[in-house]
Design a protein around this ligand. Sequence first.
Ligand code: PHE
Length: 477
Amino acid sequence: MSVTSSDSASHSGALEGSSAALEGSNAQRGLWSSRLAFILAATGSAVGLGNIWKFPYVTGENGGGAFVLVYLLCIAVVGIPIMMAEVMIGRRGGRSPVKSLSLIAERDRLNPAWKLVGAIGILAGFLILSFYSVIGGWAISYVGTTASGQLTGQTADAVGAIFSGLLSDPTTLLAWHTLFMALVMVVVVRGVRSGLERAVSILMPALFVLLLIVVGYAMTTGHFGQAVAFLFQPDFSKLTTSGILVALGHAFFTLSLGMAVMMAYGSYLPKNISIAKTSMTVSVIDTGVALLAGLAIFPIVFANGLEPGAGPGLIFQTLPLAFGQMPMGSLFGTLFFVLLIFAAWTSGISLLEPIVEWLEERKGMNRTVSTLGAGIVCWALGIASILSLNLWADFAPLGFVPMLEGKTIFDLLDFFTANIMLPLGGLLVALFAGWVMSREAMEKELALSPGMFNLWLITVRFITPVAVAIVFIYNLM
Ligand code: PHE
């Protein structure tokens, strides 16, 4: 608890300075203890349901290899440059995303409205956490389902009924959602060093080990060669325009971009650590985990003659069915869902951190109050997502808008965050870094060779905004 109060004291102490605080502020705040700590935390944020749940199913839906290639290109060309921009803005300002942007704007005599970019990001992260936690709850529930051996030898119908049974039961969903939010809050309340850093330094290595175990299992019991070919042999006839857009949108989501998370984490980054190298490392690990998740899942899917394009149910229905048929499937199925919880947990932490950082600073609340406040409101909002799956399944609050017809609250939250707030946040970050922020400040923060700096600048100026604008407009159509 002493850490909590000293954290908040350093926050409020750092607040009084305005532009002068830009340089000196970091020294007074709790910072990541090392480059490795930041890498683990940022990777913990990036590696989540997006890698293990979403990447395999969107890859399956979009035909495999060619989609993977486009996705890799999006990570390299759009993802890494934006991550560098976000971390840079966060470290430059050294405060919550909103305050960092407004300090930078004040100092460089820019329009103060730029701070809204941070606000959009914080709000998006908060909204996402409300339903991310519900899905995290499914993962918790599936640990019990697999460990109890309920799936052993079951038919596809029976496995499907377990999943729909879970979704139709609000009380059970609420219990797991509550547990997930509690896990997130327990870590965030302890602050950067003794909360976030300690959690990720245990959870991330554990996650890597579990992932390798499950890949090893898939390699020996599944159709590994077929999975490798599916993921890495591009067949461009299977690539569609919408597949390209999905790849770009997913690159954003999976790297936790456009949601102020990397800004918040960057604000705790010591000045002597290279932003470019760490951003690249985080992106490479995140991509590696997604590909390994594919190598864990598809061999099992193919060996059991299942459909790779099964959609969102792939890991909650298809995969459990396969585990139920395989030797030691209960054990490895359980390990798989534990891994999924760890991945979702460290991402959940990163979704709560920006708003807690902002509340501490803006409202002068201590860390305990701001974590409890934000966490409980987010938990309560999650109840609406839970009810959307059952009792409110027919309730479409914005159904009068043609594009939003039939969308439940859960669907709306997902739609607005993923399709509107996130690309908008990313676009604005690229525009801010590419066109508005002072070049001198950016050169100093990034400390790249002139050639590399120009390459980065050209990317965030032109390539990223155009790519994101295309996705944005397409998604709205
Ligand atoms: N990147 C996380 C994932 O892949 C999700 C996330 C998005 C986390 C945005 C934080 C912020 O699941």
